[in-house]
Ligand binder design. Structure first.
Ligand code: FPP
Length: 228
């Protein structure tokens, strides 16, 4: 099983990005409300962070909430926002694991940005309180869409000089994020969505039938096998 030698072909620790699909279907199958599926999805993310640390994953990036997800029923959106507050509140666990958390999405000061103030506060606090950690970097994409990110990068780049690949890359939300080595999508959907389209050019893709709440250590290991 992958252990301490999980590295990308270039030798740096591996970057895994996850589209956490299937929370709703996981709940439906159990005759539970969809919100229970999201709650279990958040719990599973917390479990997976622990596993990823033991596999020496360098970067774990997850699609928490997209620019398209705001059209979901209001109660579901509210529930998912609460789960983000909970996740960004897991500072003690993250510090115990030496994990640094960061966020990417539409910058809070843009007119089109939609992250509510209380989630902004949780994000800022967690980033500040885990900033010194030197282990795995957990990036949560919230109010995130790749198209919005690329338009934003292009607009900024155009104010700086010639718009070439390097200029776009410099202006992505998190320019220091390395390229994605393996992109995971759960729950049997064989598609990619509006997620890290720039950063995952050339990455491996791992699809699994399992819904996100059941994406466990064996699944992560199978995804990591693609990049060894
Ligand atoms: C997909 O399930 C998942 C989402 C819409 C994103 C929300 C993700 C979580 C709540 C899990 C991780 C938690 C945090 C806080 C990052 P779906 O509703 O699309 O499932 P379905 O396709 O089966 O309906």
């Amino acid at each position: 099983m992958p252990t301490s030698d999980t590295h990308s072909p270039t030798g740096r620790p591996v970057h895994v990005a996850c589209i956490m699909d299937g929370n709703g279907r996981w709940a439906n199958r159990r005759n539970l409300p969809r919100t229970e599926g999201h709650t279990e999805g958040e719990e599973n993310l917390a479990r997976l962070v622990r596993v990823a640390v033991t596999r020496n994953v360098g970067w774990l990036t997850v699609f928490g909430f997209s620019t398209e997800n705001w059209v979901r029923p209001r109660g579901e959106v509210r529930h998912i926002l609460g789960l983000h507050k909970k996740l960004f509140g897991r500072v003690a666990e993250l510090n115990e694991l030496n994990v640094r958390i960061q966020w990417m999405g539409r910058p809070f000061d843009l007119p089109e940005a939609r992250t509510p103030k209380y989630v902004q506060r949780a994000i800022r606090r967690a980033i500040r309180d885990t900033a010194k950690n030197t282990g795995m970097v957990l990036t949560v994409a919230f109010d995130y869409g790749s198209h919005a990110e690329m338009v934003h990068a292009a607009q900024l780049a155009a104010t700086q000089g010639p718009v070439d690949e390097a200029a776009i890359e410099r202006n992505l939300y998190l320019p220091d994020l390395p390229p994605v080595d393996v992109l995971v999508r759960t729950s049997g959907e064989l598609r990619i969505s509006n997620f890290m389209l720039w950063q995952s050019a050339g990455s491996e893709v791992y699809f699994t039938e399992r819904p996100w709440p059941e994406f466990d250590a064996a699944e992560l290991d199978a995804a990591l096998l693609l990049v060894r």
